[in-house]
Design a protein around this ligand. Sequence first.
Ligand code: TYD
Length: 207
Amino acid sequence: MFVAFEGGEGTGKSTQAGLLFDWLGRHEIPARLTSEPGGTPPGARIRALLLDPATGDLAPRAEALLYAADRAHHVHAVVRPALEAGEVVVTDRYVDSSLAYQGAGRALALEEVRRLSRWATGGLVPDLTVLLDLPPEAGLARALGRAAADRLEAESVDFHERVRATFRALADAEPHRYLVLDAGRPADELTAAVRERVAALLPGRVA
Ligand code: TYD
């Protein structure tokens, strides 16, 4: 089973992905926790290039290709091998982030970014995507309270509004594959909602 966490900045994806991973471990379900961009050693170098404000402006297509390159290697080196070994793979960000940030944010055609991601991943789609939804002002305030803005966080609120709207539209288009949660709710309620949905996908394996 392949689970992706998606959402804007400061929505708690990493926290919730980590808590799901720990919970699977407590139920002795083999699992792998990973993330994009930068889930592999070469990916970490691509990530540094993408997020460093010193990189400056990148052509939107170049940015999309770099995220796709990171993802192609991540799927090849981490995600598929783990799935083939029978592990539950939990990733912090995946294809929807490219559709939202490079598609809507950078205003590339969504269909083109989708085609690029499909090629990069060999068509690997998550069984479940958990969307942590939050107004950008709230999420950015949380994220910027932690560290200085990276190249994407430094974008306008309008950019992040388009990102949020696209995540929501993707979830609306395929409700059976998504769990949309209001990330403003208390963290323990979010954790419980994620567990309930994942347990339903693992019949008989968790109490
Ligand atoms: P991430 O490490 O998840 O940062 P954060 O913890 O701050 O959310 O992601 C880094 C940035 O990369 C984030 O601003 C979203 C952006 N991103 C894209 O623009 N496209 C993509 O395909 C991915 C995976 C991330």
